[in-house]
Structures are given as structure tokens and as C-alpha cells.
Design a protein. Structure first.
Length: 115
């Protein structure tokens, strides 16, 4: 009889697709941001702020960062699952990583809300 120990790994096609989708979102945002910079040619803080004051650009920026953090979560979670063998340490690292990424998301919301 095979004794399988399940510790919450989520490997598979779903994570692969999500990581590729988030990469595409980040790539499109990067192209749009560079295009906006090329058009506006910001030379002052007010000009930079003007780029991000648009509601659509704020949403796109927030979507970029959520995609970045989710992309990072999948990658870092897989690293913890592959290379950290003690379950308690792995759980601690995963909780710390998730807490940091959620905190970063809140920070982005705070920054974008001030623009």
C-alpha cells in the first residue's frame, strides 16, 4: 500500500495557465505604460501624476500589481513546496509570503488612492 502525504501542493495546468495569463497582463501593461510615457513625455511630478490620475490607468496599474503579486505567489509557493522539506517551516514561509503579498496589495491601493 502506498502512503501518500498531501501537504497542499497545487501543481498543475491551472497554475501554469494563471501564471502565463498574469505574465501577459503585465506585458500588455508595460507596453501601454511606455506608450503613455512616449506620448506625454513627463518632465515634472505633475506630468507623472497626470498619467496615473486617469481612472483607467489607475485600474490598469492596480491590475498589473495584483497580477504581479499573484504571479509571484505561484512561483514562490512552488519554491517553498519543492525545496523546504519540514512542513512547519514550509507553512511558516508560505504564511509570511502570503501576508507580505497581501500587505503589498494594500499598499498599492493606498498609493493609487492618493493620486
Amino acid at each position: 500500500m502506498v502512503n501518500r502525504v498531501l501537504v497542499g501542493a497545487h501543481y498543475g495546468l491551472k497554475d501554469w495557465v494563471i501564471q502565463r495569463a498574469t505574465a501577459i497582463i503585465m506585458a500588455i501593461y508595460t507596453v501601454v505604460l511606455f506608450a503613455a510615457i512616449a506620448v506625454v513625455r513627463p518632465d515634472s511630478f505633475a506630468a507623472w501624476r497626470g498619467i496615473f490620475a486617469n481612472g483607467l490607468m489607475k485600474f490598469a496599474t492596480f491590475l498589473f500589481f495584483v497580477s504581479l503579486f499573484y504571479h509571484a505567489w505561484i512561483g514562490i509557493r512552488d519554491i517553498w513546496m519543492d525545496y523546504v522539506k519540514p512542513d512547519g517551516l514550509r507553512l511558516l514561509l508560505m504564511i509570511a509570503t502570503a501576508a507580505a503579498l497581501v500587505g503589498y496589495t494594500g499598499w498599492v491601493m493606498q498609493i493609487l488612492g492618493r493620486i
